[in-house]
Design a protein around this ligand. Structure first.
Ligand SMILES: NC(=O)c1ccc[n+]([C@@H]2O[C@H](COP(=O)([O-])OP(=O)(O)OC[C@H]3O[C@@H](n4cnc5c(N)ncnc54)[C@H](OP(=O)(O)O)[C@@H]3O)[C@@H](O)[C@H]2O)c1
Length: 340
């Protein structure tokens, strides 16, 4: 339901970097003009922005020369807020709508009081979904959803699930992993998960059937305690070779969905394709789309999915949020409250 929204000011607070590298010390607090919505875009008053490891990798320079497209760059793509301006050609969104949006990776813009989003990656947010929970979704939950679908999971809001596949989720306590555990259970999968000892109860509480501490020999082996072979792996960390995964996979055709693929993983994927291998490594890069975001927001609204929030920071402490992400030990999502 739309509510009246205040006219945006001329200037806004934002956090940017003007060179790659430097970690949190490379972030600068600035005042810049509020952007304006062009054709098929909306201007958002950003209430919450969720940091993904990808945002920090872009700042580090890992994705050069593709990203950042230009400097200075206001990072972060995953936001929630309220529509305060509507560009030409936008249908289905009006000023005052509360929304979740994924900003274009090329443009970023989330660590600011206002940001421009494509209408086709902006979805309405019902009152049951607060901004911080909604902001957690786009990349992390979108990746979890698409990885599980690649394994064969089927999602139906009426409760019907897919056939009971066995799935392993590594780094199940992270931003992607915690959504993946919950979504896998919604799809009726049997979930084996790895995480640190301190998060085992949380992961189990969100539905995982078996949880292993990755720092123990059993956890490091990735073997299911029940002895089941995996139909699929949602692999959310690094440092596990294909030869370690291979014997753990179902002979009928297990797949490892690698969300942090390196060059070797991509070559392995090509090799598996040309040799018609039943067991496969599949690199995955999330493909943002409105239908998935609407589906995920609806799950939050209905209480079928929850965003676990590791920590929240005001915009003035964005550097602390950034550092927390870089350290790689978040339990769920790191959120910046951009209006405080
Ligand atoms: N391909 C794509 O489209 C895509 C999309 C999203 C994310 N990603 C990538 O996927 C990775 C995960 O993203 P994320 O947002 O989930 O990261 P994250 O939230 O930073 O993950 C942190 C969590 O991972 C746990 N962890 C770290 N190493 C582990 C291990 N070896 N075994 C088990 N748990 C481990 C940590 O537990 P402890 O604190 O106990 O160590 C922590 O709870 C990142 O590299 C990210 O860039 C790719």
């Amino acid at each position: 339901m739309a509510t009246p929204a205040a006219t945006p000011p001329a200037k806004m607070r934002a956090v940017l970097y003007d060179a790659c590298g430097g970690g949190s010390a490379g972030l600068k607090h600035v005042e810049v003009p509020v952007p304006s919505a062009k054709k098929n875009e909306v201007l958002l008053k950003v209430e919450a922005a969720a940091i993904n490891p990808l945002d920090c990798k872009i700042q580090k320079g890992d994705l050069r020369p593709l990203l950042p497209r230009r400097l200075p760059f206001i990072p972060v793509t995953d936001v929630a807020g309220v529509v305060v301006g509507v560009g030409l050609g936008v249908e289905g969104l009006i000023v005052g709508d509360q929304v979740v949006a994924m900003l274009k990776s090329l443009n970023g813009g989330g660590l600011a009081e206002y940001a421009v989003a494509s209408a086709n990656l902006t979805v309405r947010r019902p009152p049951e979904v607060c901004a911080a929970e909604g902001a957690g979704l786009p990349i992390a939950a979108g990746t979890a959803l698409q990885a599980l679908r690649s394994i064969g999971a089927k999602f139906h809001l009426d409760g019907a699930g897919s056939k009971p596949l066995n799935v392993l989720i590594t780094a199940a306590s992270g931003g992607v992993g915690l959504y993946a555990v919950q979504l896998a259970k919604l799809a009726n999968l049997h979930v084996t998960a790895t995480c640190g000892a301190r998060n085992m109860d949380l992961v189990k509480g969100l539905g995982a059937d078996e949880v292993m501490d990755y720092r123990t020999p059993e956890g490091a082996s990735l073997l299911s305690p029940s002895g089941a072979k995996y139909d699929g792996v949602v692999h959310c960390t690094v440092g596990v070779s294909w030869s370690s995964f291979r014997p753990l996979l179902s002979d009928a055709g297990g797949r490892v969905i690698d969300i942090t693929p390196n060059l070797w993983a991509i070559l392995r994927y090509i090799l598996h394709g040309v040799t018609f291998s039943k067991k496969r490594l599949v690199p995955l890069l999330v493909s943002p789309n409105k239908a998935d975001l609407e589906f995920l927001v609806a799950l939050l609204r209905d209480g079928k999915l929850k965003t676990v929030i590791d920590s929240r920071f005001p915009l003035g402490d964005a550097g602390k949020a950034w550092q927390t992400s870089i350290e790689g030990h978040a339990t769920g999502k790191i959120v910046v409250d951009t209006q405080s």
